[in-house]
Design a protein around this ligand. Structure first.
Ligand code: F0G
Length: 355
């Protein structure tokens, strides 16, 4: 066995890079595909969780950022810009720091989880808070990239999708086949586009004999694709997917329709419950947005919409440590008392009494 080399070197023949392009990498990808006994039992099938929070900056964004930053360097860029709800900026600033590029991030004012903001700060970015939402930030960063010499690395840049599709390759490589169903959260809709592209490419090349249906889930307060119209004021506890006008809207619909899948929504209570259960039952701590796919699968199972006997993969997109304020305040509210069960002196019997 050799060490994991990051997604560009692991999957170079599947990516549109000339042989000479140097990989700017932090060793992203190769994330665990964890079997879930809990979810498997619930759906009477075999459910695996793709834990993308294990990437270097704690989210799936690193897969597309290694490719985007490598391409930007190869094209001679000196500065890069992105709009972000937090994870893209955390990832971009890390890869830009490594590559010696100046990172500029545009984030919605007051709506970024503290951990993600800390990442951009520590990686030395120019951080601009915009009085507006993510969709406004994306418009701004597109405008900047058009008029100034900065490279745009949002997922509207196709090289991002190329990197992110490697998650599908890994799933097929580990399972030895394509799953019957793949479930994931949907925000700006780049990732659902990327997964579908990966599954389709592996099937076309004969690596897998089939491709999965794709089920995407949005948060109910930010569900433009489900509602079929732009949501001008998106609102959800899952700040990462608080997006009202996804850039890859049509591509997400293609993934849904070509795969025979669906895009649906779950509310904030369902998202927080799924986040909590994943943590308490499986030991997997994800941020709220990341639990949206699991919440969707749970809702579908409860409604009797999941056929028995399927192999199902669910992507959880980012690490729980990025946003500790949301779950802590909701747990506090739910319990109505302190989250600590007891405060005791240094005494074995006192500890035993509590436990
Ligand atoms: N989950 C997490 C944790 C995310 O950060 C995002 C997107 C998504 C899901 C949705 O993925 O946009 O490809 O449909 N975050 C972007 C950002 C918008 O700026 O970090 P998508």
């Amino acid at each position: 066995a050799r060490p994991w080399r990051g997604v560009i070197e692991e999957y170079r023949e599947w990516l549109p890079f000339d042989a000479g392009v140097k990989a700017q990498t932090l060793g992203e990808g190769g994330t665990p595909l964890v079997h879930s006994a809990w979810l498997s039992q619930l759906v009477q099938g075999d459910v695996f969780v793709k834990v993308e929070g294990q990437n270097p900056t704690g989210s799936f964004k690193d897969r597309g950022m290694t490719t985007a930053i490598s391409a930007a360097v190869a094209q001679g860029a000196k500065a890069v810009v992105c709009a972000s709800t937090g994870n893209t900026s955390a990832s971009m600033t890390a890869y830009a720091a490594r590559a010696g590029l100046v990172p500029i991030v545009l984030v919605p004012h007051g709506r970024i989880a503290a951990g993600k903001m800390a990442q951009a700060v520590m990686h030395g970015a120019d951080i601009i808070q915009v009085r507006g939402n993510f969709d406004d930030c994306l418009d701004l960063s597109r405008g900047l990239a058009k008029e100034y010499p900065v490279a745009l690395v949002n997922s509207v840049n196709p090289i991002r999708i190329e990197g992110q599709k490697t998650a599908s390759f890994e799933i097929v490589d580990v399972l030895g086949k394509a799953p019957d169903l793949h479930v994931l959260p949907v925000g700006n809709a780049g990732n659902i586009t990327a997964y579908w592209k990966g599954f389709v490419e592996y099937e076309a090349a004969g690596v897998s004999a089939s491709r999965p249906r794709i089920w995407g889930f949005q948060a109910a307060g930010a569900a433009p694709i489900v509602l079929g119209r732009v949501v001008p004021e998106p609102d959800t506890v899952a700040t990462a997917i608080r997006i009202g006008n996804p850039a890859s809207w049509t591509l997400a619909e293609n993934a849904r329709d070509e795969s025979g899948g669906r895009i649906d929504m779950v509310d904030d209570d369902q998202i927080l419950a799924a986040q909590r259960e994943l943590g308490a039952r499986e030991g997997i701590f994800v941020e709220p947005a990341s639990a949206t796919g699991v919440a969707g699968l749970l809702a579908a199972a409860a409604a009797g919409e999941v056929d028995p006997g399927l192999t199902i993969t669910v992507t959880v997109t980012g690490h729980g440590l990025k946003d500790i304020d949301t779950p802590m305040s909701h747990r506090l509210e739910a319990r109505g008392e302190d989250l600590v069960d007891a405060v005791i002196d240094v005494d074995v019997d006192a500890a035993a009494e509590v436990a």
